[in-house]
Design a binder for this molecule. Structure first.
Ligand code: PMP
Length: 356
């Protein structure tokens, strides 16, 4: 009988929760609810059949992105979403029984790709306040550590990691690749991109799925030292990026006003929601992203169910006690969430009084 590799047979299918078409307001995947720049949309509409008949060429896009980031084209790879960059790193650096270090709770795909490579995942839990556990991360590094992922700011906590801690990890593991996942960079503003070309084992990943509102386009960036990016180029399809992404890249990067306006709105609305939720007595962590992690305690299941009944999708985080993750949409959308929450809490307290 045909058998896949043992490490693959031992995995289970991972389904993102996006499949429910009944949901009117999807706040479970940290997508933009606003959409992309109108300039990008206009560019898509201008594409003709001839262009789509051709295989896309990544090189021109890599030059644009390199200029935008202030690095060399040899130091950057355009990827099919940041996901593909993570997969590439796992396939390039992790042999069977090598170790990947992640800090949990974490974005799911790191472990999935590492498992598919046959590697072992070493999970270092965050501190009790969900902050970065620097001493434990340093202690977890072994001669088998080949990849360490630091997500800054982190998903699902929304919290950041200090530059000093990132540098300590990089220094402590010179023979390991260190992936700094900056998927939420645009909402945070701090980066280590300028270290590309200076630190040989550092990779930085970015995505167009969040602040650029292009999750459906599947476009990401992986930056790293030229020698390492050259190795990754040997493993990747020359046509990994679709023609829409290549053709729209310039407009996406050029429309700074669109991204800045969207980021400003999201950060403002996020802080408004955080204040309201805190005033209702729910614990909310500070966030440097387009989402909030909220501790609903015993009410978690009721809130999740009540929101689903109202066609609002939030993300359950069973890996954070009592918590749900809420992506930030427009002010109006968040007012709808708050009104729904107030109803759910009121219903719950009425039903509890009835029991008493
Ligand atoms: N890294 C993190 C931390 C993320 O949260 C996500 C998406 N939710 C990704 C990577 C993947 O992004 P992309 O859509 O570009 O594959």
């Amino acid at each position: 009988m045909l058998k896949a590799r043992k490490c693959v047979r031992e995995m289970s299918e991972y389904h993102s929760p996006l499949c429910d078409p009944a949901m009117e307001l999807r706040l479970d995947l940290n997508e933009s609810t606003t959409g992309c720049s109108p300039r990008v949309l206009a560019r898509i509409r201008s594409l003709d059949a001839k262009l789509l008949a051709l295989y896309p060429s990544r090189e021109s896009g890599e030059k644009l992105v390199a200029d935008f980031l202030g690095i060399k084209p040899e130091e950057v790879l355009l990827t099919n979403g940041a996901d593909e960059g993570i997969d590439l790193l796992c396939r390039a650096y992790l042999d069977c029984d090598d170790e990947l270090i992640i800090i949990t709770p974490a974005f799911a795909m790191y472990e999935i790709f590492a498992r598919a490579a046959g590697a072992k995942t070493v999970r270092v839990p965050t501190n009790a306040d969900l902050s970065f556990p620097i001493e434990q991360v340093l202690r977890a590094i072994t001669p088998r550590t080949r990849l360490i992922v630091i997500t800054n700011p982190n998903n699902p906590t929304g919290l950041d990691v200090s530059r000093e801690d990132i540098l300590r990890v990089i220094k402590a593991a010179p023979d390991s690749a260190v992936l700094l996942d900056e998927a939420y960079f645009d909402f945070y503003g701090k980066t280590m991109m300028e270290q590309i070309g200076r630190i040989p084992n550092l990779f930085v990943a970015r995505t167009f799925s969040k602040a650029y509102g292009l999750a459906g386009m599947r476009l990401g960036i992986l930056a790293g030292a030229a020698e390492q990016i050259s190795l990754l180029r040997r493993m990747i399809s020359p046509f990994n990026i679709n023609a829409f992404a290549v053709e729209c890249l310039k407009e996406a990067l050029d429309d700074r006003q669109f991204v800045a306006g969207y980021v400003k709105q999201v950060c403002g609305t996020r802080e408004w929601l955080r204040e309201k939720l805190t005033a209702m007595g729910f614990q909310c962590w500070p966030s440097y992203t387009n989402f909030l992690l909220v501790n609903f305690g015993d009410l978690r299941a009721s809130v999740l169910e009540g929101m689903t009944n109202r066609k609002i999708a939030l993300r359950n985080r069973p890996d954070c006690a009592g918590c749900l993750r809420i992506s930030i949409g427009t002010q109006q959308e968040m007012e709808r969430v708050l009104a729904a929450l107030e109803e759910i809490v009121a219903e719950k307290s009425v039903s509890q009084q009835a029991v008493r």
